[in-house]
Structures are given as structure tokens and as C-alpha cells.
Design a protein around this ligand. Structure first.
Ligand code: SF4
Length: 78
């Protein structure tokens, strides 16, 4: 499973971070980004905002995707 956020649609409510704090972080710019450990994938222009989801976080990431008010968390399965 992979996940990315379209920050252009993000409302900045932080719901994803509440649901899956291990995978999402609301940054200082008021938008949410994928994170992996200490790394925050905020280089959306570079296309590396797509992150492989550890199996243990898959359910939470799917829930965040479903609850996201901006409908901007995109999950793909391999
Ligand atoms: S839940 Fe969606 S709209 Fe809300 S902060 Fe996260 S990515 Fe942005």
C-alpha cells in the first residue's frame, strides 16, 4: 500500500494526524504531509510524496483517507 496527499486540497484540519499520527503530520504551513519516522515528505513537486505504508499502519491510513474532509489522501494498493 502507498499513500500520498494532494496538499492543494488539504483543509488543514489535522484529522489525519489525529487518526494516524505515525503517518501524517500537520506542518507549520498549515498543510498535512506524509511522514516516515523523522522524515517528512514535503517535497510534493518532486513527486516523492508517495510513501509505502507499513502494514501495521494500513488500517489507520485507510480510515484517515475515508475521513479526510478534503478527500485528498490517496491510497493505492500494489
Ligand atoms: S485529513 Fe485531509 S484535509 Fe485534513 S489535514 Fe489531513 S490531509 Fe488535510
Amino acid at each position: 500500500m502507498r499513500v500520498r496527499i494532494d496538499q492543494g486540497l488539504c483543509t488543514g484540519d489535522g484529522l489525519c494526524e489525529q487518526i494516524a499520527p505515525a503517518m501524517f503530520v500537520l506542518a507549520d504551513d498549515g498543510l498535512s504531509y506524509i511522514k516516515e519516522g523523522d522524515r517528512v515528505y514535503n517535497d510534493v513537486q518532486g513527486g516523492d510524496g508517495v510513501v509505502v505504508v507499513p502494514t501495521s499502519f494500513e488500517d489507520a491510513v485507510v480510515e484517515a483517507s475515508q475521513e479526510c474532509p478534503g478527500e485528498c489522501i490517496f491510497v493505492t494498493t500494489d
